[in-house]
Design a protein around this ligand. Structure first.
Ligand code: SF4
Length: 329
């Protein structure tokens, strides 16, 4: 590991100012960054510890939304009564990720910023456009079982690893960010990027930007939601495919739906047209299959991951059917 300087930010403004310099990384839980530093994938000159900043609260806001401070742990969010009561989809997604030890340390902000688990990204002996731009992508013709089937580019076929972000996509969360130009709010749909020609950038954040909170709009999704995660083993594994679904029902009919996929693209995958395909339909497998076809339009796999297309199709149908039965708490 490369030697680095370390200091603590005492105020939000200190952190933003320090974070704007080249070679600086914020650290909180460190559950991904430290791994990357040990492998020499990340080589910061300075770490700025942000754990003393006042970003550790979960609170109701005047407009009815729920604000999750960027430093609240994944475990605390998952177990919070307001999250369990009003946003059980988020709680289920968080509890399906990582291990209890990691969830105790990992934060809301860090979860948003975790990097791909593409094995070639971590292996300095191979080429990787995300790690070192313009060098190539070892995964395209390598072991690409975990990789993307949607939204990939010639430059990168990696997937975003977060479960939390898939639920946030379905819940239409907003990310609050403090930067050198002040505070702004970014819809979660715009926060992560597709790889295009610049896979080195996972998000639209700029140097010095500090995530301060995630806001969950007030909604009516708590009664019929489900998070289905398909993975190689029952715990402590990243998703091959995951589905976050939330339905509003009127008897046997779907009034509104939200649907997002994980494990299939460089960002959580959500299409309004797939949700519109469910609106006004009966809660039936044929309705869910139509939505799945729409959501998976254009899916294209590689040598080892073509199975994900059919897997995703079936997972969507199953997740919708589970959500229609009622949220499991
Ligand atoms: Fe690197 Fe992306 Fe290719 Fe993986 S898929 S080797 S992260 S460029």
């Amino acid at each position: 590991m490369k030697k680095f300087a370390f200091n603590r930010a005492e105020t939000l403004e200190d952190a933003v100012s320090a974070g704007a310099s080249a070679g600086v990384r914020f650290i909180a839980g460190g559950t991904n960054l430290i791994d990357l530093m040990k492998e020499n994938v990340e080589r910061p000159d300075r770490l700025v510890d942000i754990t003393r900043l006042p970003l550790g609260e979960v609170k109701r806001q005047a407009d009815g939304s729920l604000s999750l401070g960027a430093l609240v742990s994944n475990a605390a969010v998952a177990e919070h009564p307001l999250v369990r009561g009003h946003y059980p989809l988020l709680s289920l997604a968080l509890l399906s990720g990582a291990s209890p030890q990691l969830r105790n340390l990992a934060t809301v902000g860090g979860n948003l910023l975790q990097r791909t688990r593409c094995c070639y990204f971590y292996d300095l002996a191979t080429v990787c456009n995300k790690r070192t731009p313009q060098t190539g992508c070892a995964a395209r013709n390598g072991i690409n079982r975990q990789h993307a089937i949607l939204g990939h580019s010639q430059a990168c076929i990696a997937v975003h690893p977060s479960d939390m972000c898939v639920a946030l996509a379905a819940l239409e969360a907003r990310v609050r960010v403090l930067g050198r130009q002040g505070e702004r709010t970014i819809p979660i749909a715009d926060f992560h990027r597709l790889p295009g020609n610049e896979p080195e950038f996972d998000t639209i954040l700029r140097a010095g930007d500090l995530i301060t909170a995630v806001e969950l709009p007030s909604n009516d999704w708590s009664e019929h939601s489900h998070y289905l995660k398909i993975r190689d083993r029952a715990s402590y594994a990243f998703a091959l495919v995951s589905v976050a679904v939330a339905l509003q029902l009127d008897g046997e009919y779907i009034v509104e739906a939200r649907l997002a996929l994980g494990g299939v693209a460089h960002k959580p995958w959500r299409l309004e047209s797939a949700e519109l395909a469910l609106r006004g339909q009966r809660t039936s497998n044929s309705s869910y299959q139509r939505a799945a076809e729409t959501l998976l339009q254009g899916a294209e796999g590689f040598e080892h991951n073509r199975f994900k297309i059919e897997l995703a199709r079936r997972a969507i149908v199953r997740a919708c059917a589970e959500a229609a039965k009622g949220t499991r708490r």
